[in-house]
Design a protein around this ligand. Sequence first.
Ligand code: GDP
Ligand code: MG
Length: 177
Amino acid sequence: SSLLDDECDYLFKTVLIGDSAVGKSNLLSRFARDEFHIDSKPTIGVEFAYRNVKIGDKIAKTQIWDTAGQERFRAITSSYYRGALGAMLIYDITRKGTFENLKKWLHELREYGNRYMVIVLVGNKSDLVNSREVEAEDGRSLAQQEDLCFMETSAKENLNVEDAFVQMITKVFEIAS
Ligand code: GDP
Ligand code: MG
């Protein structure tokens, strides 16, 4: 296919979604470039980044889309979801409201997204133990209910970030290959 380039066996699109300031852009910059930004601004940031992941003897290249601040205005369009085979749905464990809004995001994902889309639920900012408002158990049980994978991460401390992305990418790979 024309999507394939020389260095990879598979190329596919995945998207990041969730409320503003949950850490989407920092999870992406951590995974793609091993960078964290303490004062990242919602309007700053690339629209997407690429990373290769080795799965067995194959190389999967993933194009990961970031909302670039559009989530503020509920202006994410269907083109954002179009063709995406995986989604990382992110909330902030220190802000319960971002967890409560997950239903809305799931609704949108299921309305616009591919029916086989792999969804990984991610509770970010696990380093902020003293400000926790959402228990890991609540994330886990929602994930079970909705048939999603689940993980808590810290983009800041680089905890589980690689695992969360690789889990999503591996599952997409299993479906797409
Ligand atoms: P986005 O709006 O979802 O893209 O969120 P950003 O990636 O811009 O992050 C919003 C704010 O949360 C920034 O000030 C980040 O530095 C901070 N942040 C992101 N991830 C973490 C994390 O894992 N731990 C902590 N303590 N702060 C984080
Ligand atoms: Mg952002």
